[in-house]
Design a protein. Structure first.
Length: 323
């Protein structure tokens, strides 16, 4: 009988069942159960050839260094800003993630947030619950159909959002670093230009140092008092302090946020505002999507141990030249 590969799980996975599923094929250890994780790894880290983590969980360089025989990382999520590209590639560690399977649910939520903030749905719910309706009608809100939707980051998820916007008869424009020739949408040359054009600005770029505070005070100023901001990407993409100020001063019409800079901690100033919708990072949080993501985490590991490559590598992951 063959010995199972030893796999270390970093943090708490977004689907608990995945931990059980992994034990069917691998010898699994939960790092979070160790009283002194780094001290324990100094003694035991050499045993592990695989690491499972989640997109929002930090993977410090010290953790990778404590795993001298690490060969593969399988990450639960589409973001990879918590993974150190230089260190992992230098050691030729294969890195897999879970793209595509969450596109629809994230795009659905982006549209839901857009409708919510435009029509004041969450605010109207509170209006009814607080017993205010008998005193007068809820204030008029804004239309979505036929408006302009700008997408900052037209990747897989951005495209799924755009297609849904088409269903509402919206004009679609986008900004990427480079113009795409394979889509029918208008490319605008900067985030500021896109914001100035948009009624609804949807943020769908990847996280990381390259996009940190990409949406700053200048972008918010360009969006203006008639414009709405929707973010389903990473909280770090927005200058959170500038956004809070813009909402407080009504310099933009409103914002709908699923992600924040220091999750799960949200600046309390947002709680006092009725022109913002706040969600606890749930864009991919459906039974169907989380199951599909978990299956792909497992498949990336199994495929690696069978072939030496992961099924869905992150864009910057090294790949074997022995194809």
């Amino acid at each position: 009988m063959s010995t199972k590969e030893k796999i270390l799980i970093n943090g708490t996975l977004l689907l608990k069942q995945l931990e059980t599923d992994l034990t069917e094929y691998f010898d699994v250890t939960l790092l979070r159960e160790q009283a002194d994780p780094m001290g324990w790894l100094r003694e035991n880290g050499h045993q592990f050839t695989g690491l499972v983590t989640s997109a929002g969980v930090p993977v410090p360089v010290e953790l990778i260094q404590a795993l001298p025989n690490l060969k593969v990382v399988s990450s639960f999520g589409v973001g990879y800003d918590q993974l150190n590209e230089e260190v992992l590639n230098e050691r030729e560690i294969r890195v897999g993630y879970t793209p595509d399977v969450l596109n629809d649910c994230v795009a659905d939520l982006a549209i839901g947030l857009m409708i919510d903030i435009a029509r004041g749905m969450s605010a109207a719910d509170r209006y009814v619950r607080d017993g205010k309706w008998p005193s007068g009608p809820f204030p008029l809100q804004r239309r979505v159909s036929g408006k302009r939707m700008g997408i900052l980051g037209l990747g897989r998820i951005g495209e799924a959002i755009a297609k849904r916007g088409e269903g509402f008869g919206m004009d679609i424009a986008y900004h990427n670093r480079n113009k795409r020739d394979d889509v029918p949408y208008t490319w605008l040359g900067s985030p500021e230009a896109l914001a100035d054009w948009s009624d609804y600005l949807v943020i769908a770029v990847t996280g990381g140092a390259g996009t940190a505070k990409l949406v700053d005070a200048n972008v918010l100023k360009a969006l203006g008092p008639e414009g709405f901001l929707i973010n389903i990407s990473r909280g770090t993409v927005i200058d959170e302090e500038a956004l809070l100020g813009a909402l407080q001063k009504r310099e933009i019409a409103g914002a709908a946020l699923d992600v924040f800079t220091n999750e799960p901690h949200v600046p309390s100033g947002f709680f006092e505002l009725d022109n913002v919708v706040l969600l606890p990072h749930v864009a991919s949080a459906t039974h169907e999507t989380r199951r599909a993501m978990a299956d792909l985490v497992l498949e990336n590991l199994r495929h690696f141990y069978a072939t030496g490559e992961v099924r869905t590598p992150v864009p910057w992951s090294v790949q074997s030249t022995q194809q």
